[in-house]
Design a protein around this ligand. Structure first.
Ligand SMILES: Cc1cc2nc3c(=O)[nH]c(=O)nc-3n(C[C@H](O)[C@H](O)[C@H](O)COP(=O)(O)OP(=O)(O)OC[C@H]3O[C@@H](n4cnc5c(N)ncnc54)[C@H](O)[C@@H]3O)c2cc1C
Length: 602
């Protein structure tokens, strides 16, 4: 049997051993005696689904939502019911109404940077959000991002006297993309570069992190990759946004589901709003109408039974598939780039393209799925303290961040030769690596550069990935030992690189003196980033194979295909996803439920 607060005397009812379901408004809940609050939530949790609990316990300030809840309560509490069965029927109908679009939360799937950013923007706007992640902690690959975030013309650039612009960022990205004007990629790049300044400044503010250092990386005509001074960018962004998002927990607007893996997504057909077990009205039309933007997410739970969560809109932010090598036949990498299957990956084992697969089953379009980026510099060694089997082909390798080359590092082959302009695009550097016929290379960070990337050097050295060696001779010895070559050209390489006469000039010169402390490590090409993904329009809406937006389905972050075209410009990963989702607001629409709007992108 159920009871409705405040009409029932809760204590008396409970003493009689009768279960109670409490429905309450914001005010009612907070006016409940403190002692009763845990009981209130416990009972709600016990009797209602996760979603319903959210509605019941939610403390939204939206007047519409409160009115609706008051309406439910009024309906239940003012009805004369003769039997428990009648009350149950009424409650069932009320709960079904509570799951209608007006009240169901937006479910954000993925707790990486794009998921946290989307969630925060939605919460800020007052929308109830359920944030789902298959792992027990948030961060995804975003937590590993180490070089920084690109911005077109930020205050930090201005302060440093860097004369950049959104247009210049757009031109650089277009030049790498290989795409033409009017293509989806071109439209996405336009939006990304136009919004990049606000994205960088937004993340500074909301993740509470300063980005005073701005570096110039491959393919960019200007210094525009922003990074914190003493921390790695991704970890700083994630910890800051995590704090900001979790502040909403108390309000009841945020529900966190960790260890919940989305396995299926099903559109909900519109029904008449009656509970299934109620007697149908004679004139009731029970035939379902087409999907309305409501979704049911099927989630597998770590150590628990599967659950289904209803959503008024879904933001897919499950990241890319650069470690999707599964043997179960579902590997996207095997499907689209079988020739890359032997390469190791910098991505965590969770990067299996789940959102793409789930949406594709529903008829979502995809773009550039075979555009998988190989990064030239993954550290070949397993980091100190690494618990996994380093020979497991799915265990990730640590990235040697681009910024190392950005601040002056060079790459050497076993003869001690430089063979590429290290500031070229990743694709080009990898091609030149292949040309050497060798599989591993030595990354050499010159003495004067180490202080510019102190945080990186400390972390990599601490993990045993970079080794300090003394002078030219120390580097030569390292090359001989680790690459099993003679390093016979190393003296010439050092001299000509320093005086600028080396046949392969760098975009920006670097100096390799004979003495001083160098930091060296062995690197190899690795799978790193997937440029392909779901076809998502400039407003973040997932499109079907006919380019028609699918109601209530959104994509954010690396899951979005097409933003890069065929070559990703260095470090557009984060700004791409920030632009495409830190700008999300939402608005409500009577028939479609929560509708996400990319406000900055209008
Ligand atoms: C080592 C490394 C360094 C990088 N450095 C930079 C850089 O300096 N600058 C830059 O711009 N870009 C960088 N990138 C790229 C950038 O980090 C990523 O493109 C970006 O972080 C992706 O963010 P995301 O939120 O889309 O996905 P992620 O951060 O990967 O988050 C995806 C989340 O979804 C969850 N998830 C996946 N499947 C499911 C499911 N079925 N159900 C529930 N949850 C699920 C995962 O557990 C994960 O938490 C780097 C990438 C790597 C790997």
């Amino acid at each position: 049997m159920v009871g409705v607060f405040p009409c029932f005397d809760v204590n008396t009812t409970l003493k009689r051993g009768i279960p109670v379901v409490l429905l309450a408004t914001h005010e009612t809940y907070w006016n409940t005696a403190n002692m009763l609050k845990p009981l209130f939530l416990l009972l709600c949790t016990h009797f209602l689904s996760v979603l319903s609990t959210k509605h019941v316990a939610a403390t939204s300030t939206s007047s519409k939502t409160d009115t609706l809840r008051l309406d439910l309560i009024h309906q239940l509490s003012s009805t004369n019911v003769a039997t428990p069965r009648q009350l149950e029927q009424l409650l069932a109908a009320a709960l079904q109404r509570a799951q209608q679009p007006d009240l169901a939360p937006v479910v954000v799937v993925g707790g990486g940077l794009s998921g946290l950013t989307s969630a925060l923007r939605l919460l800020e706007a007052g929308a109830p959000v359920t944030l789902v992640d298959k792992r027990l902690f948030w961060g995804g690959n975003s937590a590993k991002a180490s070089s920084g975030i690109n911005g077109g013309y930020t205050t930090n650039q201005k302060n440093l006297g860097i004369d950049d612009s959104a247009d210049q960022f757009y031109e650089d990205t277009m030049a790498c993309s290989g795409r033409t004007n009017g293509s989806l990629t071109e439209r996405l790049i336009r939006r990304m570069s136009d919004d990049s300044q606000r994205a960088v400044e937004w993340i500074e503010q909301y993740a509470d992190v300063e980005l005073p250092d701005v570096g110039q990386l491959g393919g960019h005509s200007n210094a525009r990759t922003h990074r914190p001074r003493n921390r790695l960018a991704g970890a700083a962004f994630i910890s800051g946004l995590e704090r900001a998002v979790l502040k909403y927990r108390k309000s009841g607007l945020l529900t966190v589901l960790k260890g919940h893996r989305m396995v299926k997504l099903l559109p909900v057909e519109q029904t008449t709003g009656k509970a299934d077990d109620l007697e149908p009205e004679p004139d009731q039309d029970s035939s379902p109408s087409p999907p309305t933007g409501l979704w049911d997410l099927h989630l597998e739970v770590v150590g628990g039974s599967p659950v289904t969560v209803r959503a008024s809109a879904v933001v897919l932010a499950t990241g890319g598939y650069a470690n999707d090598k599964g043997q179960d036949g579902s590997s996207l990498l095997k499907e689209v780039t079988p020739h890359l299957m032997t390469l190791r990956s910098t991505n965590g084992e969770f990067a299996t393209g789940d959102g793409i697969k789930v949406a594709r089953e529903l008829g979502a379009g995809t773009i550039d799925l075979d555009m998988v980026q190989v990064h030239p510099t993954g550290f070949s060694d397993a980091p100190t303290g690494f618990k996994e089997d380093p020979n497991n082909p799915n265990s990730p390798l640590v990235l040697a961040a681009e910024i190392l080359r950005g601040v002056g590092s060079v790459l050497l082959n076993s003869k001690g030769e430089r063979f590429v302009n290290e500031l070229q695009t990743r694709k080009f550097v990898v091609e030149q690596m292949k040309q050497t016929g060798e599989k591993q290379f030595v990354l050499v960070l010159p003495p004067a550069s180490a202080s510019k990337v102190e945080a990186h050097v400390n972390i990599y050295t601490g993990k045993g990935l970079l080794t300090p060696v003394e002078g030219l001779e120390g580097v030569a010895q390292y090359v001989r030992t680790r690459l099993h070559g003679q390093s016979e050209h190393i003296a010439t390489t050092f001299a000509t690189t320093t005086d600028g006469t080396h046949p392969v000039p760098r975009n920006r010169p670097t100096s390799l003196p004979k003495t001083g402390t160098y930091h060296v490590g062995v690197v190899q090409p690795v799978l790193h980033y997937t440029m392909g993904g779901l076809a998502v329009d400039t407003e973040g809406r997932v499109m079907d194979t006919s380019n028609v937006p699918m109601p209530g389905l959104y994509g954010a972050g690396e899951i979005m295909g097409g933003v890069s075209g065929i070559v990703e410009l260095w470090n557009c990963g984060i700004v791409g996803l920030c632009c495409c989702c830190c700008c999300w607001g939402w608005r409500k629409s009577g028939c479609c439920g929560w509708l996400l709007w990319l406000l900055w992108m209008q």
